[in-house]
Ligand binder design. Structure first.
Ligand SMILES: [Zn+2]
Length: 284
């Protein structure tokens, strides 16, 4: 409920009607404002271009007023905020957004060795998370060592810096796990799995063990896919001599394949009106 309740003192001649007023307090939102600009003083400086700042949500403001129609940055404030966020990574999944608790579990499972990791969600960018590490190097290791997955969907990470887009930015390539169900047992070596997967993309990892006790699991390979790839359901697998290869090809299943756009050749949206680059192509 954000409607404004106007109160006035009663006295004998007061008009008991809705009388127009000259000024009114209104909450304004600043969606997408970069993290290093969110201090109360900076919010006040920005808001003062629109009107007289009264409060910043949850925190007090010092009432600093700049009487020009341009908000002037307070250098020391911006620089100290940059320092605060410099070890941060921005991360997101394509598709449905995970619960915050699921991301906390993801951190516990994957980032234990990096010490404390502070996690923030963004009210104005649902599904985008900020991970603040104790050191810059920890964030760098995560960028270097990935990929990471949550519910089989690839977690996209980028380093926070003042110009970074705090949104689910579409990407040209992404790591995806592929399964090769029904593949004959004599074809399940890491080398052969890599050969098959290389038809689809760049093989990154083969799942460590296809053997769990007495159970042979479905072979899985992590592959870096380009958005303009074909994503075939079957891969032809041939040999010059008879090695009993599957005549109809090797069946391929994709886990958590994000939406992809053939027009701008990126993962993150479909090739329909949601494409920010070529939406008009689809109106024809
Ligand atoms: Zn597109």
């Amino acid at each position: 409920m954000r409607d404004l309740l106007i109160l006035k003192r009663w006295f004998a001649s007061v008009r008991m009607t809705r009388v127009p007023v000259k000024s009114i307090p209104v909450w304004i939102k600043l969606p997408g404002l970069s993290l290093h600009l969110r201090t109360p003083r900076m919010l006040s400086a920005i808001a003062s271009v629109v009107g007289k700042p009264l409060f910043a949500e949850k925190t007090g403001i010092d009432g600093q007023r700049i009487d020009k129609k341009v908000a002037r940055a307070i250098h020391s404030e911006v620089l100290s905020e940059c320092e605060k966020w410099k070890n941060a990574l921005v991360g997101y999944l394509f598709g449905d957004d995970p619960e915050l608790s699921a991301v906390h579990n993801f951190i516990a499972a994957n980032f234990k060795k990096y010490g404390e990791v502070k996690l923030f969600s963004l009210e104005d960018r649902p599904g985008v998370f900020v991970f603040v590490f104790e050191t810059y190097e920890h964030g760098q290791q995560i960028l270097d060592e990935g990929p990471y997955f949550l519910d089989a969907k690839p977690f996209v990470f980028k380093r926070w810096e003042p110009r970074v887009l705090m949104e689910k930015e579409a990407v040209r390539s992404i790591p995806v796990w592929i399964k090769l169900p029904g593949l004959s047992v004599h074809l399940r070596t890491p080398l052969l799995l890599g050969v098959i997967a290389s038809v689809i993309g760049k093989p990154l990892y083969v799942e460590k063990s296809g053997i769990q006790g007495q159970r042979l699991t479905v072979p899985r390979v992590c592959v870096e896919l380009n958005a303009d790839s074909e994503f075939p359901d079957y891969v032809k697998f041939e040999s010059v001599i008879d090695l009993c290869l599957p005549s109809g090809g090797v069946k391929v299943e994709y886990e958590g394949l994000p939406p992809h756009c053939k027009d701008c050749k990126k993962f993150g949206h479909l090739d329909d009106l949601t494409c920010p680059i070529y939406p008009l192509v689809h109106l024809k």
